[in-house]
Ligand binder design. Structure first.
Ligand SMILES: CC(C)(COP(=O)(O)OP(=O)(O)OC[C@H]1O[C@@H](n2cnc3c(N)ncnc32)[C@H](O)[C@@H]1O)[C@@H](O)C(=O)NCCC(=O)NCCS
Ligand SMILES: Nc1ncnc2c1ncn2[C@@H]1O[C@H](COP(=O)(O)OP(=O)(O)OP(=O)(O)O)[C@@H](O)[C@H]1O
Length: 232
């Protein structure tokens, strides 16, 4: 198995592209979904967020008020770092669990949608390939304002909380241009999936595991022969 990191800018179309890969039967991990999960009431990150940001970031039912917390962290880099320090370790633990599950199921590759892959860089070394979902800045802002009901100023603050998309494009091994029609993006994603499915990059890890298992089996066999009495 090998890992493919999918990233891009806010509202550039990562989740939409991830859905295509999922429909094609790929193993996918969505970090935004995990990020929502680990800050639910009862999870350690929830308590730490309340300790750090106060009860003002809570809704009446105890859930995190995403709008209030978002407005806070997208405009203040120090607050953003604080939230990242609380949430990212919890997110990474869940990602590892989900990825390992796919490994056991025998998938050739797993696509992980990691919005901040190039910003935090912690997981970059584990990615055999990286995909950036790109769209031009005006389209990005327009889609973000429409989807989240944001003003231009708030949308720009969110875009600026991340590395410029053009820089991410330069660092990627594959780029999917999602500036145009949806059908066009879909075509690009399908072609990339075919390419990834044909890749032999899954073999080293699979062979490594097989060799390891064979080694353990041989050891157990030798041990059994030494310990068990030999037949008369
Ligand atoms: C601040 C929160 C509550 C805002 O929630 P909201 O529903 O408005 O946004 P959502 O979670 O859907 O995220 C949308 C996008 O915002 C961007 N984004 C989210 N968090 C961050 C961050 N800390 N820094 C930069 N960009 C971010 C990503 O592109 C993400 O895909 C939420 O994003 C959050 O808990 N963020 C911290 C966890 C995190 O870093 N997530 C990003 C993936 S590691
Ligand atoms: N090719 C497209 N044409 C028109 N609208 C699109 C296209 N691609 C995505 N969108 C719309 O743009 C918005 C952002 O897309 P999406 O949620 O997939 O982005 P994202 O990168 O996952 O966002 P985030 O960073 O916030 O998680 C959505 O409302 C989606 O429906």
């Amino acid at each position: 198995m090998f890992l493919v990191g999918l990233t891009g800018g806010i509202a550039s179309g990562k989740s939409s592209v991830l859905q295509i890969f999922q429909q094609l039967g790929c193993a996918v991990v969505d970090v935004d979904v995990i990020a929502r999960h680990v800050i639910q009431p009862g999870y350690p990150a929830h308590q730490r967020i309340v300790e750090a940001f106060g009860t003002e970031v809570l809704l009446e039912n105890g859930d995190i008020n995403r709008k209030v917390l978002g407005d806070l962290i997208f405009k203040q880099p120090d607050q953003r770092q604080l939230l990242n320090a609380i949430t990212h370790p919890e997110i990474r633990k869940e990602m590892i669990k989900e990825t390992f599950k796919y490994f056991l199921q025998g998938h050739r590759y797993v696509i992980l949608d990691i919005p901040l892959l190039f910003e935090t860089r912690k997981l970059l070394k584990y990615m055999k390939r990286t995909i950036v979902v790109y769209c031009n800045r005006d389209t990005q802002l327009a889609r973000l304002m429409k989807r989240n009901g944001l003003s231009l100023e708030d949308a720009e603050a969110r875009v600026q909380a991340q590395l410029p998309l053009k820089d991410k494009v330069r660092m990627a091994s594959h780029v999917l241009d999602n500036s145009g029609e949806w059908s066009n993006t879909r075509r690009q994603a399908i072609l990339l999936h075919i390419q990834l499915e044909r890749s032999l990059e899954y073999l080293p890890l699979r062979l490594g595991v097989l060799v390891g298992l064979a080694g353990i089996a041989s050891l157990l066999y030798l041990l059994a022969r030494c310990l068990l009495p030999s037949p008369p």
